[in-house]
Design a binder for this molecule. Structure first.
Ligand SMILES: Cc1cc2nc3c(=O)[nH]c(=O)nc-3n(C[C@H](O)[C@H](O)[C@H](O)COP(=O)(O)OP(=O)(O)OC[C@H]3O[C@@H](n4cnc5c(N)ncnc54)[C@H](O)[C@@H]3O)c2cc1C
Length: 399
């Protein structure tokens, strides 16, 4: 337990699901000076980016009703956390003093350098700016132009389905099993919907090259096939921003800030992490909006404990499954145990779609509620996480 009750300036880096909840929750304690740093003046509702690309929904919201009174929004990017001087340096040249930082920079879409042409000609969907580029590119294409979606995970499936329902000609290249995180029955339901809506699913194929108007596929037999692709959307693999490592803080192999179970950095107890960019004990929770809100709340609680000189609680979150949309009228709501292992039960069709839409709305509703009523977010805690491993046992990158 560390007591730093003399001052209370908190800089929250990243205004996504975790950062906005954290900033709002800090208002539980009067007199905390809260600045939220985010590169855009609007909140990006990332779980709707596939809808934004396909033209079936918006993915930005005004911060107005999402942030509680008194929170200062700095539209800027953090370029370094200077732990020696306790300042966050910003791209604009400004520097913000802090007593605590909440590190909530989220995750990013990546294109692999190992695949020739991927960085130049494929566009990731996981962030707002590339998603806007995808939307613009689609608008310029004839409706029947071939579109390739790379990645058979939930983001790739949602993207392929959304585009197919809008009449696009879509190939989904999985590079392995389609929807590996779902149960076998859930997977079959997804496969049936995709084939029924004309999506060509190349399950085992791997994209080995991206060209301006084509992709090269390998099926493992040594026979490459060149397929026309007017637009290639890359959804395989998420990365994280490099800010923690660039600031000299230890991270896991992907670049998530390495913390203890209270989300406090193993290197500096004035830096606390939340959301996709956090790796508690080197064993991060599944990257998800579902986990980001509770982790944001927990990060705020940890900072408030440090300020009050009390013992912060350890991470606890019970999962209940995941939900993958299949256009606007269907979804697969996969059920899971609290530890996130799936069971062979899912809710499909229109009922699944209603659950999915409701959970998207609830994600934003929870942020607004926390803005109005700090401390209101509660979440299912589940069993304590298994015995904490020492960071040395993990694959960790040193700065
Ligand atoms: C198409 C799509 C669909 C998805 N669907 C689901 C779903 O159905 N369910 C689910 O649970 N999850 C879903 N996810 C995953 C979910 O969106 C992420 O796990 C979630 O956004 C993580 O929240 P976060 O607050 O950690 O980060 P983010 O929401 O990514 O927010 C991070 C913020 O930090 C900002 N930032 C980054 N670097 C800096 C910096 N240096 N300085 C200042 N600010 C910075 C970013 O710009 C961003 O605004 C989906 C993702 C995508 C792309």
């Amino acid at each position: 337990m560390t007591q730093h009750s003399e001052s209370n300036k908190v800089v929250v880096i990243g205004g996504g699901y975790a950062g906005t909840v954290a900033a709002n929750r800090l208002r539980v304690r009067a007199g905390v000076d809260i600045t939220l740093v985010n590169p855009r003046p609007t909140f990006v509702d990332r779980i709707r980016l596939h809808q934004f690309v396909a033209g079936t929904g918006d993915a930005t919201l005004d911060y107005g009703t999402l942030l509680g009174a008194g929170i200062q929004l700095a539209v800027d990017s953090a370029t370094r956390i200077d732990t020696a001087t306790r300042t966050v340096r910003l791209a604009s040249g400004r520097a913000l003093d802090y007593d605590y930082v909440i590190y909530a920079v989220g995750s990013t879409g990546t294109t692999p350098s190992s695949v020739p042409g991927a960085a130049e000609f494929a566009v990731p969907i996981a962030e707002f700016e590339p998603a806007r580029r995808l939307r613009g590119r689609l608008a310029e294409l004839p409706p029947d132009a071939p579109v390739t979606v790379v990645g058979g995970g939930l983001t790739g499936i949602e993207t392929a389905a959304e585009l197919a329902e809008q009449g696009r000609t879509v190939t989904l290249v999985c590079g392995g099993t389609l929807a590996p995180s779902l149960s076998a029955p859930g997977r079959r339901s997804v496969a049936k919907w995709l084939s029924g809506h004309g999506v060509a699913v190349q399950e085992a194929d791997v994209v080995t090259e991206v060209r301006p108007d084509a992709v090269v596929l390998a099926d493992g037999t040594g026979a490459d096939a060149v397929r026309p692709s007017a637009l290639t959307v890359w959804t395989a693999g998420f990365g994280v921003p490099g800010l923690a490592a660039e600031s000299g803080l230890r991270t896991d192999a992907l670049g998530r800030l390495l913390t203890d179970e209270t989300l406090t950095s193993v290197d500096d107890d004035r830096v606390v992490a939340a959301g996709d960019a956090a790796a508690p004990s080197g064993r991060p929770l599944r990257m998800s909006c579902y986990a980001a809100g509770p982790l944001g709340a927990q990060a705020a609680d940890t900072v408030l404990s440090h300020l009050a000189g009390t013992e912060p609680a350890g991470v606890g979150l019970a999962f209940s499954g995941s939900c993958v949309s299949l256009g606007r009228r269907a979804a697969v709501r996969q059920l899971a145990r609290k530890d996130d292992t799936v069971v062979n039960v899912y809710i499909g069709g229109r009922a699944g779609a209603r659950i999915k839409e409701m959970s998207c709305k609830v994600a934003v509703w929870k942020i607004r509620r926390e803005a109005r009523k700090p401390g209101s977010l509660i979440w299912p805690k589940g069993a304590p996480r298994p015995e904490q491993q020492t960071p040395a046992a993990q694959e960790i990158t040193s700065p």
